[in-house]
Ligand binder design. Sequence first.
Ligand code: MCN
Ligand code: CUN
Length: 796
Amino acid sequence: YEHGRGHAHNHAAGDTDRPVGFGRLQRKEDPRFVRGQGNYTDDVVLPGMLHGAILRSPVAHARIVSIDVSEALARPGVRAVLTGKDLEPLKLAWIPTLSYDVQAVLATDKVRFQGQEVAFVIADDRYAARDALESIDVEYDILPPLVDARHALDADAPLIRDDLEGRTDNHIQDWECGDKAATDAVFAKAEVVVTQEVVYPRVHPAPMETCGAVADFNPVSGDLTLYETSQAPHAHRTVIAMVSGIPEHKIHLISPDIGGGFGNKVGIYPGYVLAIVGSIVTGHPVKWMEDRSENLMSTSFARDYIMQGEIAATRDGKLLGLRADVLADHGAFNGVAQPTKFPAGFFNLFPGSYTWEAVHGKVTSVYTNKAPGGVAYACSFRVTEAVYFVERMIDRLAIELDMDPAELRLKNFIPASAFPYDNKAGFEYDSGEYEKTMRHAMKLIGYDELRREQQEKRTRGELMGIGISFFTEGVGAGPRKHMDILGLGMADGAELRIHPTGKAVVRISVQTQGQAHETTFAQIVAEEIGIPPEDIEVVHGDTDRTPFGLGTYGSRSTPVSGAAVALVTRKVRDKARLIAAAMLETRPEDLEWEKGRWFVKGDPSAGKTIQEIALAAHGTMQLPDGVDGNLDAEVTYDPPNLTYPYGAYFCVTDIDKDTGKVTVRRFLAVDDCGTRINPMVIEGQVHGGLTDGIGMALMEIIEFDSDGNNLGGSFMDYLIPTAMEVPDWETGFTVTPSPHHPIGAKGIGESATVGSPAAIVNSVIDALRPLGVTAMDMPCTPARVWDAMQGHAKAP
Ligand code: MCN
Ligand code: CUN
């Protein structure tokens, strides 16, 4: 049971006897952050730089009758004003989305959501640009908005995408997984069937730093230098090359420090394109940074899944069948970021951690007059929705059967012996010891004791809840043959260079946004080759200095890029062996590796350290065959499968009888992400994700009124948790390595966001059980809880 205080494996400089590699190494990036020396996109200032601002639609759905920019253009400091009509001849009024739809950069025909981009002002400074927005005169012909996805397919629903040829309705796509006939058969014979609607509302990643870009186009050389808040610099560069027509080798994309991404920085936004066009048009560098309201209203919402569930079981609690029928609200443009063949992301994970006779899942996506986006917010590509769904369904069944929810889960877990396990919805889980992890968590939280306490409190009329969530994620997209984004296969490159003095540089294609890659990727190299982590520089976020790869999201950095780094280091180690053999005048097969050195089998005193070997590689000695003058290597890693981290989460809540206020008293997260590289970083990831979970479960939601006005457009309306709402997190772990990952590691970056909301909501429902409550939708705000307590809750 880790308490968060480090000791073992902590490498101290100059203390070479201590192990080098995995352990609680302090974050290498923190000295610059805690001194205020980070370098974010908005810190980039170039000579002659101008500033852009976007005019956004005040309404959700309207035809544009006219746009008059003359007054804005006449204002002091204004250099240019762009509208959709100006972009049309450049073929940039519309750009492709990550889901093979198109999205307007600046509206030409209609506006389709409140906050949509309508015009772009470029001025000498930020203030002049913003002020000029007020002088633009747009005449709108208001159309009825479509706000409720449940009515998107009604015959009389307003048609949103009349720009798409031949389109007559708001339907985007249907997707299915599992076996419908087999599931129907299982339901027909089941003793118990429970149905439940489970809604995962629209939320927003809301990173501390909003999105932005600085574009610098050089008209003489034709080079574009683009600083951007991007979680995937290489993929962004390729897409920008395709969209803009600027040759890819002329584009240098730099993603400097990022103040949190959480999926918000995966997409390509109109503002990025506008900064580029602005720079080409004005001949100056142009900066665009969105403000908080723009971020919340226009860039990348998350979730918005309305899920109808049905669960079939025997009376004594054996799970038989599961159905999910989902209505997905994708907003005005289908811009969800996910592998091409997975239009519902990895919702295939909805059977969860249990054995079923049959399952069937179906997702229908529709357009509405809301901001595009989708996925995003530590989602593992819709695993968040899948986990929340199945974990709510399991608890709903437990209520029906009057069975303890821990016992129901224990009775139905996939047994350790069944891995690799086909989950009947198309995915093969790599490894897991669910029962062991669950029992460990029950012991740590003192489950039986908590149930006794709850019993006693209930006799006094107090509302205490205990909620459980046991989740399985699938992260590390992905095997290239099944997974691509816009045709780009999801693999990652890594390059390792060992300098003559034994210091190293590792270049990776993923992008840290706070996950500490500069530390943990150095630790992977250190573990594999024995060079201390402080002697290893991690380079990322710059397309000119790193190998191609698809970037950071879906917790894929460790599963994919981490594997690439382990393998490239092993390649260097093998090369070092050849040189060491030449140096020691022996055969490579006669050498043995210990961390940091090759030595002669049976004679440990005869050996060469990696630093000695590096110098020799660059020296005057006759190099053996297969070595051509350095120790450097590069690889591209194509993962054979996803990795499947999992966890057992327990949440204890107290509810104030008089106000409906929920307090999370305790929260225990026991995670299994296979081999642990840096337990301190892992705990940081888990603490952050649990805080996200409290936010979504108790306070976060982006709602719309019937006119399509966004009601969550500021931090006054979109509440996010602070230190006041979170308990002292309790964490624990088990270690079940991934059998196919070179170091056995699975991802952890999204686990807690994925796993925690169900534990919290299940806990709230559990607390309200004595009042007859069996279901409740997020966020469990005091008002909603109060309604549920009065029996006004929406019927299940
Ligand atoms: N790690 C480890 N041992 C493991 C697995 C991971 O020590 N077995 C470490 C890694 O080395 C890495 C960190 O944990 O330093 C996260 O690794 P990983 O699980 O591979 O996730 P990614 O690095 O790919 O991060 C992406 C993930 C996603 S998709 C979102 S969304 C999210 C998250 O990370 N956004 C974040 N965590 C975030 N944390 C911060 N601070 N900021 C964000 O924007
Ligand atoms: Cu889906 S949020 Mo993260 O994958 O960047």
